[in-house]
Design a protein around this ligand. Structure first.
Ligand SMILES: *Cc1c(COP(=O)(O)O)cnc(C)c1O
Length: 343
């Protein structure tokens, strides 16, 4: 597949902004090229626009070459950039498979790009044939989310591969929750599929939602376009430093994940025992979706006790459902105590 032909003509023709920090790459003593304040504050210099040091670390951990990695101000920036690279406003459109993450639709809406939606099956799997029927020459991006938010399940890899084989545009697999799943990442497939982009994030398993750092893994063709259109200093110095520090201690991340997986199982079992809980969906993520008898009433009851869950009861195919993020053990105990009081 030729990525070039999928790109908007104005983006193909664009000469990107060339920052002072990217024009001179060698070693020097005096930097008077960027109008920075010369007095040392620890933050007086512009950050590395391409985050080489951070990418080198990520490259080791993920076993992906640096040239196949892009870092953004959260995964949300990656979603926005992809839509602006590939979709001509009011002409092209993207595809998503709801119930799923809300940002695909919002980002498309901001860019004045239509989103076509093909509902997942009753057990939250992609409908491959129906999805392909929705495709025409203006379909540029397909968003898949696995494990999916808010339904918490993995997408069946054989269906994902069928879509990768057939879809004639960019396939995004959003793996924000992959660290909580037994499923293997699709990162290993970026060599085979030049139109595949896999997103992961520091916001969930890494415990760094506050620094806003999203990762994208894809062919060099796609990565080059992301670099071409991104704001020059899209990942700030505080974020780059905090991420590098976190990557030094991967044991802590694994420990959090295993605690959360144990808690997820305990919480799922406990939730299933209440009469007002009609169904607890299996989870491959750090949250649990459960169908309850009176979702709005239960939501309000928990709010009054200082516990905020996510009400998804109005979302098609999630009728009656609340989404519970797996908390710390003490928080989960308080949730269960509140549910006992609700009976
Ligand atoms: C939480 C989440 C993200 C993370 O987005 P960031 O911008 O990296 O914080 C991405 N995708 C899905 C499906 C999510 O639920």
């Amino acid at each position: 597949m030729n990525i070039e032909t999928l790109v908007r003509p104005n983006i193909r023709a664009l000469s990107p902004y060339s920052s002072a920090r990217s024009e001179f790459k060698g070693k020097a003593e005096i930097f008077i090229d960027a109008n920075e304040n010369p007095f040392e504050t620890g933050m007086n210099r512009y950050p590395d626009p391409l985050q080489w040091k951070l990418k080198a670390q990520i490259s080791k951990i993920k076993e992906v070459p640096v040239e196949n990695i892009f870092l953004g101000n959260g995964s949300d920036e990656v979603i926005d950039l992809l839509i602006r690279i590939f979709c001509e406003p009011r002409v092209d459109h993207v595809l998503s498979l709801p119930p799923t993450y809300g940002m695909y639709k919002v980002s498309a809406g901001i860019a004045d790009v239509k989103i076509k939606e093909v509902l997942l099956t009753e057990d939250y799997q992609p409908r491959v044939a129906e999805t392909m029927e929705a495709v025409n020459e203006h379909t540029k991006i397909l968003f898949l989310c696995s494990p999916n938010n808010p339904t918490a399940n993995d997408m069946d890899p054989s269906r994902v591969e069928a879509l990768l084989e057939q879809f004639p545009g960019i396939v995004v697999i959003d793996e924000a929750y992959i660290d909580f799943s037994q499923q293997t990442s699709f990162i290993q497939h970026i060599e085979k599929y030049p139109n595949l982009l896999v997103m992961q994030t520091f916001s969930k398993a890494w415990g760094l939602a506050g620094i806003r750092l999203g990762m994208a893994f894809a062919s060099t063709e796609i990565i080059q376009y992301l670099n071409k259109v991104k704001p020059p200093y899209n990942v700030n110095q505080l974020t780059q430093s905090a991420a590098l520090e976190a990557l030094q201690d991967t044991a802590k991340q694994s420990e959090w994940v295993s605690t959360l997986l144990e808690e997820r199982e305990t919480l799922s079992t406990s939730l299933a025992q209440y009469d007002f809980v009609q169904k607890v969906y299996p989870s491959n993520a750090n949250f649990i979706m459960a169908k309850v008898e009176r979702p709005k009433e239960l939501y309000q009851f928990l709010v009054q006790r200082g516990i905020i869950v996510r009400d998804r009861s109005n979302v098609p195919l999630c009728e009656g459902c609340l989404r519970f993020t797996v908390g710390r053990p003490d928080e989960n105990r308080k949730l269960l105590a509140a549910l006992n009081a609700y009976i």
